[in-house]
Design a protein around this ligand. Structure first.
Ligand code: MF3
Ligand code: CO
Ligand code: CO
Length: 265
C-alpha cells in the first residue's frame, strides 16, 4: 500500500480551492501571449509577475534547484523544460506550460497544451487524446475508489491508439507539500505500492504524459529537461483534484473555459 495521505478538512480544502483557482487563472492569463515569435522566457516572466502580484509564490523557482518559475516543454520535451530566451515559439510547435503556485501555504498545480500556428493533424490528435485520457482517469475518482483505477483507465483508453505512456514521471499527492503520497501512475498496474483507497479530502494531481512513439524518456545534461528517446512529440495535461462525497472536484478548472485547444481567446 502507498503511504496514506491524511484527508484534508474543510478549511484546508478551501485553501486548496483558492490555490488551484489561481493556478488555473494564471494559465488563462498566459493564453493570449502564447503565439509564434514569443519566447518561453517571456512567458516565464509574465507568469512570475502574475503570481507575485496575486500574493502567491511560484513553487518551481528554486525547487530542488529548478531555475525558473514555470516549466515549458516543447514538442519532444516530455516535461520539466526550462524557459529560455533561445526558445522562440514557431508554427507547428506543441507546448506544455506547467504552473504551480503556493497561496496561503497550499499548492495548486496544473498544465495545459498550446498549439502554435499550423500544427499537423496527428499532433493535434495527440493533444486531444492526451486531454481525454486525463479526464478518463479523473472520472474514476470517488470516495471508496482506488488511486490505481486512474492508471488502469488511462491505459485502457490510450493503448489501443498506439501511443506510449510515460512511466518515469507520475501524479502526486499535493497540499502544503508540493509532491507527497500517493504516487499516481498513468499506466495499468496491480503493484501494491500504487494502491490507496480514496476518501473525501484526499488531494492529488493527475498528469499523464503521452508520447506519439515509444514510452521511453531521456534526461538531458541540464538535469531537468526530459525528452522522448525517439524524439517524437509528447503531450501532457494536469489537474489538481480533490475527492468529495459526491465524487471528484477539479480544483484547477479554467474559469475562462480553456480546457483543451483551440482556446477561443
Ligand atoms: N509541476 C511539476 C509537476 O507537475 C513539477 C515541476 S518541478 C520543477 O509535478 F522543479 F521542475 F518545477
Ligand atoms: Co504535478
Ligand atoms: Co505540474
Amino acid at each position: 500500500m502507498a503511504m496514506k495521505q491524511k484527508p484534508k478538512n474543510n478549511v484546508e480544502l478551501n485553501k486548496m480551492r483558492a490555490a488551484g483557482r489561481l493556478a488555473a487563472e494564471l494559465l488563462d492569463y498566459l493564453t493570449p501571449f502564447v503565439k509564434e515569435g514569443e519566447t518561453t522566457e517571456k512567458l516565464n516572466e509574465l507568469a512570475h509577475n502574475f503570481t507575485i502580484e496575486h500574493g502567491a509564490v511560484p513553487a518551481p523557482l528554486n525547487y530542488r534547484g529548478f531555475p525558473k518559475s514555470i516549466c515549458t516543454s516543447i514538442n519532444e520535451v516530455v516535461c520539466h523544460g526550462i524557459p529560455s530566451e533561445k526558445d522562440v515559439l514557431k508554427s507547428g510547435d506543441i507546448l506544455n506550460i506547467d504552473v504551480t503556485v503556493i497561496l496561503d501555504g497550499f499548492h495548486g498545480d496544473t498544465s495545459r497544451m498550446f498549439l502554435i500556428g499550423d500544427v499537423s493533424d496527428e499532433h493535434k490528435k495527440l493533444v486531444q487524446d492526451t486531454y481525454e485520457s486525463m479526464m478518463v482517469g479523473i472520472n474514476t475518482v470517488k470516495s471508496g475508489s482506488d488511486v490505481k483505477d486512474i492508471g488502469n483507465a488511462i491505459e485502457a483508453f490510450i493503448k489501443p491508439k498506439g501511443y506510449g505512456i510515460v512511466q518515469e514521471y507520475c501524479g502526486h499527492g499535493i497540499g502544503k507539500v508540493f509532491h507527497s503520497d500517493p504516487m499516481v501512475v498513468h499506466y495499468a498496474t496491480d503493484h501494491p505500492s500504487y494502491s490507496m483507497k480514496l476518501r473525501k479530502g484526499h488531494t492529488f494531481t493527475v498528469e499523464p504524459m503521452i508520447n506519439m512513439g515509444q514510452a521511453g524518456t531521456e534526461l538531458m545534461d541540464d538535469e531537468w529537461t526530459v525528452k522522448t528517446v525517439d524524439r517524437k512529440f509528447s503531450a501532457q495535461f494536469e489537474h489538481t483534484i480533490a475527492v468529495t462525497d459526491e465524487g471528484v472536484e477539479i480544483l484547477t478548472e479554467s474559469p475562462k473555459g480553456y480546457h483543451c485547444p483551440p482556446y477561443n481567446v
